[in-house]
Ligand binder design. Structure first.
Ligand SMILES: *[C@@H]1O[C@H](CO)[C@@H](O)[C@H](O)[C@H]1NC(C)=O
Length: 304
């Protein structure tokens, strides 16, 4: 896209609002109060409602500008780190925004370089570049202590961010955390399949969550990603960590979250498995668990 500087780009879009979240969460927290406020029915999507929507661009010398949306508010702030090829407007990203709004906490969601409204080419994207994107968001946009919520590949990057910015990252929530993902999946291919991918330079990875039925992953992307693998040794992260994972996840097996729990130095680590959830973890009960987990960590950090 064109160079826009620190621009606010406005557009009219249908507003998808978690109506119940906005009205349900008051200033008092705690499990029983939370459950008492839980609505009986599913959130209403209000297709008729229209709102003025916008995003901003973070200028970075020598690096692509990043599209983001920021809510100002109380500490700790929350940052949502999206999954592979996902943008800032996914179900989880928007639900967390409603929740943060209702609590009055700061919140940031963003697009990786090469994705959505951020600058940069997707073909040139690497795990290393996206890792830098996350660090830019933490360094240049986020104020004070932060809780990172990473979805899938975002869960891998949140671990990197916690290693790199221990003074700012206070807690982590991984949703279907794909630590070392894609690399692990690639390594599970047969020797012949790997050779073929190496020769073609691209891996057509089957995916039911992508319109075309496959993700075309560059071989060079996999090779670069190998440098960022974490699970082979202890992970120097010492903050509270919550790892949510669906046992019906056929993209990233839930054992990955167990491995993360095992490798991190933190002792305050919970792995929460949902038997019937798949990789997306975006059903009502999944979202409720996610916002509950955020709420609980905010409480915990406020007490300490
Ligand atoms: C995300 O939503 C905003 C409105 O909130 C819109 O301006 C932007 O284009 C959307 N981004 C993507 C990648 O769809």
């Amino acid at each position: 896209m064109a160079v826009m500087g620190m621009a606010a780009v406005a557009a009219w879009v249908p507003c998808r609002s978690w109506g119940w979240a906005a009205v349900s969460f008051g200033p008092h927290r705690g499990l029983s109060a939370f459950l008492a406020r839980m609505p009986q029915r599913a959130p209403r999507w209000l297709p008729a409602c229209r709102q003025k929507a916008s995003f901003s661009l973070l200028n970075r010398p020598d690096l692509p500008n990043l599209a983001y949306k920021r809510l100002k508010g109380k500490s700790p702030g929350i940052i949502f780190i999206p999954g592979y090829l996902s943008n800032m407007n996914g179900t989880k990203a928007l639900a967390i925004e409603e929740f943060c709004k209702s609590l009055g906490h700061a919140y940031i969601r963003f697009d990786y370089s090469g994705i959505g409204n951020s600058d940069g080419n997707l073909e040139e994207s690497t795990v290393g570049k996206w890792r830098k994107d996350v660090l830019s968001i933490i360094d240049d946009l986020a104020e004070g202590p932060q809780i990172l919520v990473g979805s899938s590949l975002g869960g891998w990057l949140m671990l990197h961010a916690a290693v790199a910015r221990p003074e700012k990252v206070m807690a982590l929530i991984g949703v279907a955390t794909a630590a070392d993902g894609l690399v692990t999946q690639f390594n599970h291919l047969s020797v012949e399949q790997k050779k073929e991918v190496e020769m073609k330079g691209v891996w057509s990875m089957p995916s039911k969550y992508h319109e075309e039925g496959v993700y075309n992953v560059q071989y060079s992307f996999i090779k670069e990603a190998e440098h960022h693998c974490l699970l082979h040794s202890p992970i120097p992260v010492d903050c509270p960590i919550r790892l949510l994972h669906g046992m019906k996840d056929d993209v990233v097996p839930w054992h990955t979250s167990m491995q993360v729990a095992d490798r991190v130095l933190s002792t305050d680590v919970d792995v929460i498995l949902r038997k019937h959830s798949d990789h997306r973890m975006k059903e009502k009960a999944d979202i409720q668990l996610l916002v509950y987990t955020i709420d609980d960590l905010i409480d915990k950090l406020s007490v300490n």
